[in-house]
Design a protein around this ligand. Structure first.
Ligand code: HEC
Length: 152
């Protein structure tokens, strides 16, 4: 009877000990995996989420403008620099850079429509943009941003 009592106790101790060791290992592998994934997002073709933008933007190198300017290599560029494109006053005279964060602001539904965000980016409450876009869902926006970062 006594021996039988020790068996579950041993199992309990064993699981308790191994549990203590596991979490740091798991966290470590997760972190490494996320980092790697972030840096190595490889697209063999444009993700389907780009359909939010392609009615108005061309993403090919030296591709023609549409209603909006060509956006090849836009990440890291200053606003309003596409040659020959007639921007709104807010974009033509804007001083901000299209960092990943700033692009997220104008394309993510949760931050508001592009028309509203441009007031924040320009610091001018009466600023208006010609980009009539009401935003993509958050997860779509992240995929679009990942893809934009590969266009260089
Ligand atoms: C309905 C048409 C339309 C859609 C859809 C649209 N845009 Fe635009 N976009 C424009 C127009 C027009 C401009 C120029 C705005 C201005 O001059 O005020 C613009 C400008 C931009 C700029 C600034 C470019 C520069 O040279 O400063 C970025 C970045 C941008 N759009 C990203 C996107 C992304 C990413 C998507 C998809 C998630 C998207 N847009 C969807 C019409 C659109």
């Amino acid at each position: 009877m006594k021996k039988l009592f020790f068996i579950p106790l041993f199992i309990l101790l064993f699981t308790a000990c191994s549990k203590e060791e596991e979490p740091p290992l798991i966290i470590l592998t997760n972190e490494v995996a996320t980092d790697k994934d972030k840096k190595k997002t490889v697209f063999t073709k444009p993700p389907k989420q780009m359909r939010h933008c392609t009615p108005c933007h061309n993403f090919k190198k030296e591709g023609k403008r549409k209603i909006g300017p060509n956006l090849y290599g836009i990440v890291g560029k200053k606003v309003g620099q596409a040659e020959g494109f007639r921007y709104s006053k807010a974009f033509a005279e804007g001083e901000w850079t299209w960092t990943r964060e700033n692009i997220r602001l104008i394309i993510s539904r949760s931050t508001g429509a592009a028309t509203e965000v441009v007031k924040t980016l320009s610091g001018d409450p009466s600023a208006k943009t010609n980009m009539k876009f009401y935003g993509a869902g958050d997860s779509d926006a992240e995929i679009i941003l990942d893809y934009l970062e590969t266009l260089k």
